[in-house]
Every structure is written in C-alpha cells, then in structure tokens.
Design a protein around this ligand. Structure first.
Ligand SMILES: [Mg+2]
Ligand SMILES: [Zn+2]
Length: 190
C-alpha cells in the first residue's frame, strides 16, 4: 500500500506571495523568487508533489471555488512550463469556526491525499510557512520544514523548543528543496 512518499507543499507564502487579505484573483497570485526553480528540482525526485492549502477565503465569501480552481490550473501550467510538476492539489475551503477536519493543523487532507494517491505519509516532507503546517506534518508522521518567506518570520517564533528542534528552517523554498534533495539524493548539481 502506497510505498511512494510525497513532498507536501503549502501554497501561500511558500510557492507564491502570501497576502493578509487572501489571494482572490489570478492577478494576486505572484510566484516567490526561486519557487519555480525549486519545483523543477523537486520534480526530479521519485516522490509525489502535492499542494495542500487552507483557502478559507472561499467560505468567507471572498473568492469562489471557480476562481480558486482557475488559479490552481494557472499555477500548475506555469510550474510545468518551468519543468516542474504538481501531482495533486487539495484545499480546505472552511473558515476556522466551522471546525472541519481538513483545515491545517488538522490532518484530513493529508489522509485524503494518501488514500487517493497511494502515498506513505511517514517519511514524507511538509514544507510550510506556518506553525499549522508544522503541526499537521507531525500529526501524520511526516518531516516538517519551515520557510521564512510569507508568514514564516513571524510564525517561526511560535515554535516551542521541541517543535523547533524537529523542524529545519530555511530562507525559502529553493533552500528547502536543496536540503530535501541532499537528503534524498546526496548531490545538488547545477
Ligand atoms: Mg502559508
Ligand atoms: Zn476544511
């Protein structure tokens, strides 16, 4: 059952610029420097690449599912054009007050991805810019990685001693990708 591991990526603040007022249109989706190169590198590993994102803007009524889906499609096309890939995208549309089981730090979408794609969560990686990404990773037995883009600089201060020691922290997705690559493959060639 599901021997393939995955690299799970948060979206906002990891792949594209985070916005405190949410990404509500294609125009507001702006790739972070180095993100496309990072995804191109990660694509060469024999691991699934899965985006898992909290998109409460949907149930807050700020953006429609159709627009979120259009953003997802455009994101995937840009990533593929740059030599990368995204094997699946899952998002939670709920507001925090709805108490769903899929909004990170809840692990629901990770379990759904594991089931649908045959992913082994233990030994997978979760790259995020928020405490909730780290918590979700640990709940499913994956290796958390934090990046300092997006909300990272503020959120990293919320990690207590034991979370901090289990979570490598990098400047951005490219630096995180390099670490994953070296753990998996040993060498990062230009
Ligand atoms: Mg984020
Ligand atoms: Zn949810």
């Amino acid at each position: 059952m599901g021997a393939r591991r995955a690299i799970f990526l948060d979206r906002d603040g990891v792949i594209n610029e985070n916005r405190s007022d949410y990404v509500k249109s294609l125009a507001e989706f702006v790739f972070l420097p180095g993100a496309l190169e990072a995804l191109q590198r990660l694509a060469k590993l024999d691991m699934s690449i899965v985006v898992i994102s909290n998109q409460s803007a949907i149930n807050r009524g700020l953006v429609t599912r159709a627009v979120v889906d259009a953003i997802t499609q455009a994101m995937r096309e840009r990533i593929e054009a740059a030599g990368g890939r995204v094997d699946a995208v899952f998002y939670c549309p709920h507001r925090p007050d709805e108490g769903c089981t899929c909004r990170k730090p809840q692990p629901g979408l990770f379990h759904q991805a594991a089931l649908q794609l045959g992913i082994q969560l233990v030994g997978s990686y979760v790259i995020g810019d928020a405490l909730s990404d780290v918590q979700a990773a640990l709940r499913v037995g994956a290796q958390p990685i934090m990046v300092l883009t997006g909300r990272g600089r503020e959120q990293v201060t919320l990690l207590d001693g034991s979370l901090r020691s289990s979570t490598p922290v990098f400047d951005d997705l490219l630096a995180a990708a390099r670490w994953v690559w070296q753990r998996e493959n040993g060498r990062w060639e230009p």
